[in-house]
Design a protein. Structure first.
Length: 211
């Protein structure tokens, strides 16, 4: 039986495109990231787990430009401003689509579901992804936190997607690699799957009758 046409809403970083912050940190901050453990510590200092009052969260909401962001992180951490600026500039090229995730998106398209996107992503990174990768044209609607000024897990961003795409909560399924965002979607009445990898996610969608 073919599932009825519903809406799948995808996160981007770590779901559609690779996101390995320790790899970027080790490349651009080798003076503090000597191994995987120290790289994880440095990544925590730079990105602050993207909590709402973090420097990087302000970047994700479009409240700060890359230059001032590098200066702010340098003051807080003591890391070299020039190295931080290079790190910030290098991230768009790092965000390469993952082939297994593209195959999953194609399966969802073939099933006839609507595709939407919901990502915490600063404006320059979102612009790069849309210009560089055709797969972002597959989405009926794209919500980037940097353009909207609101980020997950704030309910307002989920409500925005629901209004913009036009669906009932029970007809939407959200896919994200962060448990807090998955729970936020469920709190809005959406179905949700926490992404580990494309094979796991595909199997979860099959079990739930979406594929």
């Amino acid at each position: 039986m073919t599932p009825r046409r519903r809406t799948l809403v995808f996160d981007v970083g770590g779901v559609i495109v690779r996101w390995r912050p320790t790899m970027v940190i080790r490349t651009h901050l080798p003076q503090v990231a000597h191994d995987e453990a120290s790289a994880r510590t440095a990544a925590e200092h730079v990105f602050q787990s993207f909590v709402p009052d973090a420097d990087w969260a302000a970047f994700d909401r479009g409240e700060i430009e890359p230059g001032p962001l590098a200066e702010r992180i340098a003051r807080r951490t003591g890391y070299p401003r020039e190295a931080l600026a290079a790190l910030i500039a290098a991230i768009p090229a790092h965000l390469e689509p993952m082939s297994e995730s593209l195959a999953l998106l194609q399966r969802v398209r073939a099933a006839g579901h609507r595709l939407a996107l919901l990502s915490n992503m600063p404006v320059p990174y979102a612009a790069h992804l849309e210009a560089a990768h055709d797969c972002f044209g597959w989405f009926e609607h794209r919500t980037w936190s940097g353009r909207l000024g609101v980020m997950k897990p704030d309910r307002a961003i989920f409500d925005h997607v629901q209004r913009a795409v036009g669906f009932e909560p029970g007809d939407a399924l959200f896919i994200d690699d962060h448990g807090g965002n998955v729970e936020a979607a469920r709190g809005c009445g959406w179905h949700a799957v926490q992404f580990e990898n494309a094979a796991q996610c595909s199997a979860a969608l099959e079990r739930a009758g979406w594929l």
